[in-house]
Ligand binder design. Structure first.
Ligand SMILES: *[C@@H]1O[C@H](CO)[C@@H](O)[C@H](O)[C@H]1NC(C)=O
Ligand SMILES: *[C@@H]1O[C@H](CO)[C@@H](O)[C@H](O)[C@H]1NC(C)=O
Ligand SMILES: *[C@@H]1O[C@H](CO)[C@@H](O)[C@H](O)[C@H]1NC(C)=O
Length: 478
């Protein structure tokens, strides 16, 4: 549950409200006083209330422009101080807190060094720019690899010149349709280790150093053509949709490497990427965007009644906030792929990026499409991934941090009526844009590993256990 929602609804007397409806103006003295009170109340609260309160409070804090943060926190103070004061009889002299380590730690954690809106903006920018994640490509022209492997490549390639190795032969046994059929030069030509050739024909199985399988075809393992032949398991669907038919078959222990969106797979291949755009719209521009929005929540879905129970969840959500449901499962028409369909998103405050299954690291294009360059809509995510690990906070809303759909709905309504906070989030999100996938990353990594198979020697003794069993959790009760 989000603290600010609770506070705005609960607090009847909110003292000296600082206006945030246009560009926030700072008022130093008021703020300092408020901050002191905030510190005092939060600190005392931290002692007496559960750490949960502090935690929610902290995650909310950074979403807000500085002035508003203080005013929100001032409401918080009202609630906390009255109950804490009862316990304490007296909240104690504020000055002593200001000088204390607790005060400094608090200020550092919560507001950074920001005392003005400009400083706040600068510190948020720094946070966004420094945010690192495997789904964010720092330099889109480069393949993205784990840093440790990049180091190894550097060590093995002199002045960027790859060693003269023999060509490694790689073949698909049953390539999925979405894998581009392009020349080996296009796939490997730019890679640090590029001496690889790729075939699409299973007839080349006998000569191949590495064989790529989509899933596990057939009941019995196709015998390796030679003992060193590497078998690779590729799949991009969620484990819920991919039947684990290999569970009781010898395929279950036949694979050496995996190629998947799971961060811990051998060839890491997220569904999509984000990159940093060359320019970010101003808050004023985004304020105009927001003012033109006429509708609350949009949702496009084409698989109905899935593992994540998103249909039931949205049904409940609709009791609190209107949701326009497009796609095969909804009443409105839009296939989700045409540019028009993306364009409608700008009419909405929110787009539901609800995954069909709650599986680790499983984040699909439903999320990434809200990051198209000219799309300014906030994604409400619901899935099995730890989103905060991959995407910076304040750029999306995670349904899982709300106790119920109704609570989420109330939060969304509130936020859509709070220009400063909503625009702040749009602006944060605008620091990242969709980056088309391309297959090249995976192939560079594949070629490199093919050339160093001894170092990456490995077998999955129980693939089902790694990929399927208990991996996708049933949705939390809502
Ligand atoms: C805050 O200020 C201190 C001291 O001036 C500085 O060392 C630190 O880097 C600043 N932190 C941020 C997040 O700007
Ligand atoms: C879809 O987009 C095309 C091209 O921008 C436009 O001509 C057409 O009118 C749009 N259709 C709808 C339903 O908005
Ligand atoms: C690949 O896996 C098989 C077992 O399925 C194993 O015998 C072989 O040594 C593995 N090869 C490498 C290079 O890891």
């Amino acid at each position: 549950m989000d603290a600010s929602t609770r506070l705005t609804t609960k607090t009847s007397e909110s003292p000296s409200h600082v206006s945030t409806s246009s560009a926030p103006k700072s008022s130093g003295r008021v703020k300092n006083t408020l901050l002191t009170l905030t510190v005092l109340a939060s600190f005392t609260a931290g002692v007496f209330f559960t750490s949960n309160v502090m935690h929610t409070d902290m995650s909310t804090w950074r979403h807000l422009p500085a002035v508003q943060q203080v005013s929100e926190q001032f409401k918080l103070v009202g609630t906390f101080v009255s109950s804490v004061a009862k316990k304490l009889q007296s909240p104690g002299p504020a000055g002593s807190f200001e000088k204390s380590e607790v005060f400094r730690t608090f200020v550092k954690e919560k507001v950074g060094n920001a005392t003005t809106v400009e400083e706040y903006i600068a510190s948020v920018r720094a946070y966004l720019l420094n945010f690192r994640s495997p789904m964010i490509r720092e330099r889109p022209e480069e393949y993205s690899w784990p840093e440790t492997e990049k180091e190894q490549v550097k060590a093995e390639t002199k002045d960027g010149v790859p060693p003269k190795n023999k060509i490694k032969k790689i073949t698909w046994y049953n390539a999925p349709g979405y894998i581009k059929r392009v020349s080996s030069l296009e796939l490997f030509g730019h890679c640090p280790v590029k001496d690889c050739s790729l075939s699409w024909s299973r007839k080349d199985h006998a000569q191949a150093d590495v064989v790529l399988f989509r899933g596990a075809p057939g009941k019995t393992v196709i015998p390796r053509a030679h003992p060193g032949q590497i078998y690779l398991f590729h799949v991009m669907e969620s484990p819920v949709l991919t039947n684990g038919h290999y569970r009781d078959s010898p395929w279950n222990s036949a694979f050496n490497w995996t190629w998947n969106y799971r961060v811990d797979s051998d060839i890491f291949y997220p569904v999509d990427y984000l990159k940093r755009p060359s320019t970010v719209p101003s808050m004023d521009q985004l304020r105009d965007v927001m003012r033109q929005k006429t509708k609350r929540v949009s949702w496009i879905s084409s698989n109905c009644n899935v593992q994540s129970q998103r249909d039931q969840y949205v049904k409940r959500l609709q009791q609190t906030i209107p949701v326009d449901h497009y796609g095969r499962c909804g009443k409105l028409k839009c296939d989700g792929k045409t540019p028009n369909c993306s364009a409608i998103l700008n009419d909405y405050f929110y787009y539901l990026s609800f995954e069909n299954a709650m599986c680790p690291d499983y984040v699909t294009e439903k999320f990434y499409k809200t990051f198209f360059q000219d799309i300014h809509v906030l994604a409400v995510v619901r899935g099995g991934a730890t989103y905060s690990r991959f995407f910076p906070e304040g750029t999306f809303i995670d349904a899982e941090s709300f106790a119920s759909p109704e609570e989420l709905g109330r939060y969304l309504l509130d936020l859509s009526q709070d220009e400063a906070r909503y625009v702040d989030m749009l602006w944060r999100k605008a620091h990242f844009v969709y980056h088309e996938h391309g297959n090249v990353d995976a192939y560079c990594q594949l070629c490199y590993k093919a050339h160093h198979a001894e170092r990456f020697a490995k077998t999955y003794p129980n693939l089902y256990g790694w990929y399927n069993r208990d991996q996708c959790k049933p949705p939390r009760k809502f």
